[in-house]
Design a protein around this ligand. Structure first.
Ligand code: NAP
Length: 442
């Protein structure tokens, strides 16, 4: 998990970067230095000999390499934002911090340093004014955090950054490109006008990411595929539900003590209980993975009579033993649905892009049945459409996603989650087929 400092030359990226690297016990990487080293020339010489385009090409190459590093402070070049691809790369595993300053301050800090060739103007001032004007919107778009550096010492700027990190929450998983969690959480933060930010990280090295959370003082993390089970080994404390389900989907950092929770369980239970009671009901749960485990615990605690069916029968049997189910087996036993009150699909069948699939034959669906599909993308799955046609009550998968996120929100911020705002951000995204990307976190 990297810190990427962006901003104009003279904004203090190297000086602040050096202090941050020391305080956070990380290596400082200066991209301009790497570019010069690669070309065997200083920046003025590269530009004179080959022009700015060539300089930007080398910068792009170096950006890709630096983005693969972990736990560094990266003092990026001032113009790194001029290519959107650079920022997308750097943000896959990094928090971008824009060091802001006005033209007078930037020129004052640069002093007589004219090593750097002019980009556009005839004088340093003219060049700075035009370039800053052009780049401001790019920095704004690229920045996760913006820190004003005017009238502050580099030490104070570094302290401001460290303080802001304590209000960052993140998503850790791989892949995470299409996750809607950043959208839901950030909509909530904005509605309450609290200074939190939620960022997604595509993580290859899970242990390194956990060290990053601890080392940077990041407030909390949502954990998604494929790390939910492994996360148990890396937390200091674990709540009972996470222990019983064997999966952690939420980590809260209290001054370096990491506690693991599982909010999928409450999310699923709340979604289901809005539509039906559970006590004494026969529930057929289809699935044998992480989601099925959390839901099985919820159904059991709610007093339902559980039947667990899964493509891989052994997994269904293992869950049935864990949660004392009435029966279990493979998908050939799906006709159990005919006498059930509740049906839950906790498999990935029906998920985008294979939206035309369903494991459940429509003739097994009947009008006494409540059907809950954990698949939330698309919102209207084939199973839910067919269930509605047969007169079943239906529960959308997005409700589980929403409620588990709301619980995370409350654990991270201590504030009650603004459910309506979060729900509307989520449903608008689902209905519009829109997905958050690394670059567009808000
Ligand atoms: P998982 O641990 O990987 O489990 C996947 C499950 O899907 C297994 O039971 C697997 O069966 C089954 N499956 C996959 N392809 C299948 C196929 N072609 N035919 C029959 N069964 C198939 O994943 P998970 O985390 O439990 O997620 C399962 C679903 O829950 C996903 O759709 C996910 O989006 C959803 N989910 C939703 C929320 C929410 O908030 N709404 C939260 C978490 C998960 P085998 O065991 O035989 O491989």
């Amino acid at each position: 998990m990297n810190i990427v400092l962006i901003g104009m030359r003279g904004s203090g990226k190297t000086t602040v970067g050096r202090i941050l690297a020391r305080k956070l016990d990380r290596e400082l990487v200066e991209m301009d230095e790497l570019i010069a080293k690669r070309a065997g020339l200083n920046i003025a010489e590269i530009v004179e000999k080959y022009g700015w385009e060539k300089f930007r090409d080398i910068e792009e190459e170096i950006t890709d390499e630096v983005a693969e590093q972990d736990n560094i402070v990266n003092a990026a070049g001032g113009g790194v934002v001029t290519r959107e691809k650079n920022i997308q790369e750097l943000k896959k595993n990094g928090i971008s911090v824009w060091l802001k300053a006005g033209v007078n301050t930037l020129l004052e800090r640069l002093g007589e340093d004219s090593q750097r060739p002019l980009l556009v103007g005839k004088t340093q001032r003219e060049d700075m004014e035009i370039t800053l004007n052009e780049r401001k919107p790019l920095y704004q778009k690229a920045a996760d955090l913006a820190v004003d550096t005017e009238n502050k010492t580099p030490e104070e700027v570094a302290e401001d950054i460290i303080k802001s990190l304590k209000k960052i929450c993140c998503l850790i998983g791989d892949p995470i490109e299409h996750s809607l969690s950043p959208l839901i959480h950030n909509a909530g933060y904005q509605a309450l006008d609290i200074n939190y930010l939620y960022v997604p990280f595509r993580v290859k090295d899970f242990k390194g990411a956990i060290e990053g959370i601890r080392g940077l003082g990041i407030r909390g993390a949502s954990i998604t595929m494929p790390y939910k089970a492994r996360a148990i080994e890396y937390v200091d404390e674990i709540d009972r539900v996470a222990m019983e389900t064997g999966a952690v989907n939420t980590i809260v950092n209290n001054d370096g003590v990491l506690t693991g929770y599982n909010t999928d369980y409450q999310g699923a239970l709340k979604a289901l209980e809005e539509a039906t009671s559970l006590e004494g009901k026969k529930a057929v749960l289809v699935g044998g993975g992480g989601a099925a485990t959390a839901i099985a615990l919820g159904l059991k605690r709610g007093g339902a009579k559980l039947v667990i069916l899964n493509r891989t029968e052994e997994k269904a049997k293992r869950l049935a033993e864990m949660f004392d189910a009435e029966d279990s087996g493979g998908l050939k036993k799906l006709d159990e649905i005919s006498s059930a009150d509740i049906l839950i699909n906790a498999t990935s069948v029906g998920m985008w892009p294979k939206t035309n699939e369903s494991l459940i034959p429509q003739n097994l669906l009947h009008n006494k049945l409540t059907v809950f599909d954990t698949v939330y993308n698309p919102k209207e799955t084939r199973l839910l459409i067919e269930a509605r046609e047969r007169g079943c009550a239906i529960v959308y998968g997005y409700k589980m996603l929403l409620y588990q996120a709301a619980m995370q929100f409350e654990l991270f911020t201590g504030h009650k989650a603004p459910l309506k705002v979060m729900e509307s951000a989520l449903t608008q995204a689902l209905e519009g087929g829109r997905h958050a990307t690394h670059f567009d976190r808000r």
